[in-house]
Design a protein around this ligand. Structure first.
Ligand SMILES: [Zn+2]
Length: 390
């Protein structure tokens, strides 16, 4: 999976090429600044877009969207569903309607399958939409967690502190290897607590050289530095390319050196514990004997009776969208079992029943019962608008 944070000057414009070749555009630069997006899409061999995402209706994100989608038509357009009366936005919606593009409103809780096991998880906006903030358009930005294998990236649009505080109510959902820093690095975003919860290895800032807003703001750069997070910037590095094989990242920039970035070391990033718990000790990854009991075979191997597996869904999370890090929260599930579950799901498709867990290599009835206390198979959500993405 390839992600390009395109150097569109002051604004945001990103391209995601999924493992199966789906093309996704997330914002498309300012008005009159659509050329860099078109050049990159052409270089990547894209002729049409499977999904176009507008994080929010400000011109520095959608000014170039209509021209981009005129040339590279989109099947689906993901819209924050925030009322905004600008001419650019109104004309864009008229164009999409005329072009037959399906408009889908982004709301927290939906997941978009982009192929090959990669997903876009919508974390915001959530109902009720935020109101009375410094910029409600910014605060209701579409926030996506891009997930592929054990790798992840958080796309934040121009979200500000109120959005970050809301996301912090469920900090497990926002941890990511790479953070697209919100709002071009403005001082109104990227709270210390937010950085602690996301705990990225790399932060990427999209902004124009010597822009009139002073982005990125020095206090934000200080917060990133204090948190020990590497930073790449489109104003200094040009277009930034991030490639995930599902386990490791590699990074390329138009200008500058990436060899010192921790994320580009070639080492898989360690699965993270949820925020608020201690970070894994160096020995934890080799410590599968503790979490992943290798001797657990058939339920009758020890002569005992397998505990009943609770198939209820109340208060549980979806086993079919659970990340390896989330699964590791279950007692007895270490990195090997968590990864085995994710890999099984990718190879065999979603679990049809929670009992199917026992078919996963290394998962016996005991562990399946423990997992089933916290995870369940939910009835298939109505994902019809996204079917053609598969
Ligand atoms: Zn912006």
């Amino acid at each position: 999976m390839t992600i390009r944070v395109v150097d569109v000057g002051q604004g945001d414009g990103m391209i995601i090429l999924s493992p199966t070749g789906k093309a996704i555009v997330v914002d498309a630069g300012d008005r009159g600044r659509d050329a860099p997006m078109a050049a990159q899409l052409t270089e990547d061999g894209v002729t049409s877009v499977d999904l176009a995402v507008m994080t929010h209706p400000h011109a520095d994100h959608i000014g170039g969207m209509q021209k981009t989608l005129e040339r590279f038509p989109a099947k689906i357009f993901l819209d924050p569903g925030f009322d905004y009366g600008s001419g650019i936005y109104t004309r864009l919606l008229e164009h999409l309607e005329a072009a037959g593009t399906k408009i889908v409103i982004a709301r927290r809780g939906r997941t978009i399958d982009i192929g090959g096991g990669a997903k876009l998880r919508i974390l915001a906006p959530d109902e009720p939409l935020l109101g009375g903030t410094r910029s409600d358009a910014n605060s209701n930005s579409v926030i996506l967690r891009l997930e592929y294998g054990t790798t992840s990236m958080l796309l934040t649009g121009d979200a500000e502190a109120p959005t970050e505080r809301r996301l912090l109510a469920d900090p497990d959902t926002i941890a990511a290897d790479i953070l697209k820093v919100a709002h071009h690095g403005s001082e109104h975003s990227t709270l210390d607590a937010f950085l602690t919860a996301v705990h990225p290895s790399l932060a990427v800032i999209s902004c124009g050289l010597h822009n009139k807003f002073g982005h990125p703001a020095p206090p934000t750069l200080d917060r990133l530095e204090r948190a020990g997070i590497d930073v790449l910037r489109t104003d200094l590095n040009g277009t930034i390319t991030l490639v995930s094989d599902g386990t490791r990242w590699s990074v390329q920039v138009a200008e500058g050196d990436t060899s010192a970035l921790r994320i580009a070391s070639g080492e898989p990033l360690r699965p993270r514990p949820p925020p608020g718990r201690s970070r894994p000790r160096p020995e934890d990854l080799a410590d599968d004997a503790r979490g992943d009991t290798a001797s657990e075979g058939s339920p009758t191997a020890t002569g005992g009776t397998a505990p009943p597996v609770d198939a209820g869904t109340e208060g549980k999370r979806d086993i079919n969208t659970a990340t390896a890090a989330e699964l590791r929260e279950v007692e007895g599930v270490g990195p090997a079992k968590a990864t085995a579950i994710v890999v099984y799901r990718e190879e065999h498709g979603p679990f049809q029943t929670i009992h199917e867990l026992t078919r996963v290599q290394g998962i016996g009835a005991k562990t399946a019962a423990r997992i089933a206390e916290r995870f369940a198979v939910f009835p298939a959500p109505d994902e019809a608008p996204y079917e053609e993405m598969r």
